[in-house]
Ligand binder design. Structure first.
Ligand SMILES: *Cc1c(COP(=O)(O)O)cnc(C)c1O
Length: 348
């Protein structure tokens, strides 16, 4: 079934074979035109003068171990943003196919589709910002290849109902992509990554950019059916993930304590910030959050945004009518949050 969803010319296409695709156990490397005399920035044991492993075997293994899935089900990319783009390029024929975007959500899905000349169909989340199963399913046409979901959803902050996601997967042949960039901040257990083993059209996206605190290294990954992963490996640029990135990510995975503590700190601060925001007269509604940010409706969001900007505090505004008067506020440190609150309290 996956085979049928792949763009026809990619089913048979011959990928680039990089110098390092074959032998990795050689003693002397004269195959890739690298510089043999070191590099200008010091070593750090990373072997910076050499190209990285194109298949990121060690990193994919380490990520897979942590999730109790096969390494063949893991694909790593330059942020999850690269993977979003690659999934569109793998499944969607420009000008012919389309993707469904369930709004309000992360803007990159639409932009990545637009860049690739792939049409988008927009479906709205319901009043509770949950999936409207009937309208979402009705949006799926023969040319619909991908459905993008985000859970916890950016910018609304809520987790999508697990049962809705699963029934969407079961009732459609399109690939259902669930972007879990913020899943580490969500309370409760999450088994979607393991369910990928049973649902071949489910793809789960994760990132090192949020709870791991490594937005600067640009590393995201997806958990997907091994066949999808093998196609992604064929169409990506040969050395997409750098040696520096994979080394730092491997180090991070050995320090899970950092993640656990960071998430606990942010959740504590999230609870505190929610209470304090709710007490402000200019706040209409603080939407409950399972992420490290809040969607907040103000009486006058423009005034709050400008006031904060003058104080050197930048927050995110959204343009869609449904989120008029809403701002998205990231949970900062205790000190940062106190400054935010006092600016809003005293100046708006
Ligand atoms: C921040 C974010 C990402 C992360 O993208 P990277 O390219 O991995 O940094 C992905 N999805 C959503 C919804 C996000 O908010």
């Amino acid at each position: 079934m996956i085979e049928e969803l792949i763009r026809p010319h990619l089913r048979t296409f011959k990928p680039y074979v990089s110098a390092r695709s074959e032998v990795l156990d050689a003693k002397i490397f004269l195959d890739a035109n690298e510089l043999p005399v070191g590099n200008p920035v010091g070593e750090g044991g990373i072997g910076l003068n050499r190209y990285p492993d194109p298949f990121q075997i060690d990193l994919r293994k380490a990520i897979a171990n942590g999730l109790a899935v096969d390494p063949e089900m893991i694909f790593t990319g330059v942020g999850s943003d690269e993977i979003i783009d690659l999934l569109i390029r793998l499944f969607c024929e420009p000008a012919l196919d389309s993707v469904t975007v369930v709004e309000p959500t992360y803007g990159v899905y639409r932009v990545a589709a637009n860049v690739n000349a792939v049409r988008t169909t927009t479906i709205e989340l319901n009043e509770q910002f949950q999936i409207d199963l009937a309208s979402t399913l009705a949006s799926v046409r023969p040319d619909t290849k991908l459905i993008f979901l985000c859970s916890p959803n950016n910018p609304t902050g809520n987790v999508l109902n697990r049962e809705d996601i699963l029934s969407l997967c079961k009732k459609t042949s399109a690939i259902v992509i669930v972007d879990q960039a913020y899943v580490e901040f969500a309370n409760g257990s999450d088994d979607l990554a393991r369910i990928v083993r049973e649902l071949e059209n489910l793809v789960v996206l994760r990132t090192f950019s949020k709870a791991w605190g490594l937005a600067g290294i640009r590393l995201g990954y997806c958990i997907a059916h091994a066949q999808i992963v093998s196609y992604l490996l064929r169409i990506k640029s040969p050395y997409n993930v750098s040696a520096v990135t994979s080394r730092l990510a491997l180090n991070a995975l050995k320090n899970r304590n950092f993640l656990v503590n960071a998430v606990a700190t942010i959740i504590e601060e999230r609870n505190r910030l929610a209470t304090r925001l709710n007490a402000l007269p200019c706040v209409v509604k603080v939407y409950p959050s399972d992420a490290n940010f809040f969607l907040v409706e103000f009486q006058d969001a423009h005034l709050v945004f400008e006031t904060l900007r003058r104080a050197g505090i930048i927050v995110r505004r959204r343009s869609e009518p449904r989120l008029a008067n809403c701002l998205r506020l990231t949970v900062g440190t205790r000190e940062e949050n106190e400054l935010l609150l006092s600016e809003i309290r005293t100046k708006t």
